[in-house]
Design a protein around this ligand. Structure first.
Ligand code: ZN
Length: 115
C-alpha cells in the first residue's frame, strides 16, 4: 500500500506555522518552549499547562532582567530539580518550537519588548 503523504501534511503545516509564530517573537537570547513541571504532590490544572518561553541565557536589559532557566513571564518554578533536569536544556530547543507559545503573559512581554 502506498504511503499516504497527504496525511502527513497537516502535521507539518501546523509545525511550520508554530515555527513561524515563535520566530516572530524575536526573543534576543536562546530559548525554548516549555511547560511548568508540577510539584510531586499535584498535577497542573489545564490552565497552568500553557506553553511558555523558557530562557536558556540571561537577559540583562537595564531594568528588565531574567536568568537562564526562568520563564519569560516568571511563572513559578515549583519543582526546581525536575525543572532543571527536564526543561532547562538546549538539546531539543529547536524541536520544542514546533509547538506555539500559548502563555498570554509570555507573548505579551515578548511583543512589547522586541517588536
Ligand atoms: Zn509564560
Amino acid at each position: 500500500m502506498a504511503l499516504n503523504l497527504n496525511a502527513l501534511r497537516p502535521v507539518e503545516a501546523i509545525r511550520a506555522a508554530a515555527l513561524a509564530f515563535n520566530k516572530a517573537l524575536r526573543i534576543p537570547v536562546r530559548w525554548r518552549v516549555a511547560e511548568r513541571i508540577p510539584s510531586a504532590s499535584r498535577y497542573l490544572s489545564q490552565k497552568n499547562r500553557a506553553q511558555h518561553v523558557l530562557l536558556l541565557e540571561d537577559i540583562n536589559e537595564g531594568r528588565f532582567k531574567r536568568k537562564r532557566g526562568e520563564f519569560l513571564c516568571k511563572a513559578r518554578i515549583t519543582n526546581p530539580a525536575a525543572h532543571e533536569r527536564l526543561n532547562v536544556s538546549d538539546i531539543d530547543a529547536d524541536k520544542s518550537k514546533r509547538v506555539k507559545v500559548s502563555c498570554q503573559k509570555c507573548l505579551e512581554i515578548a511583543r512589547k519588548r522586541w517588536q
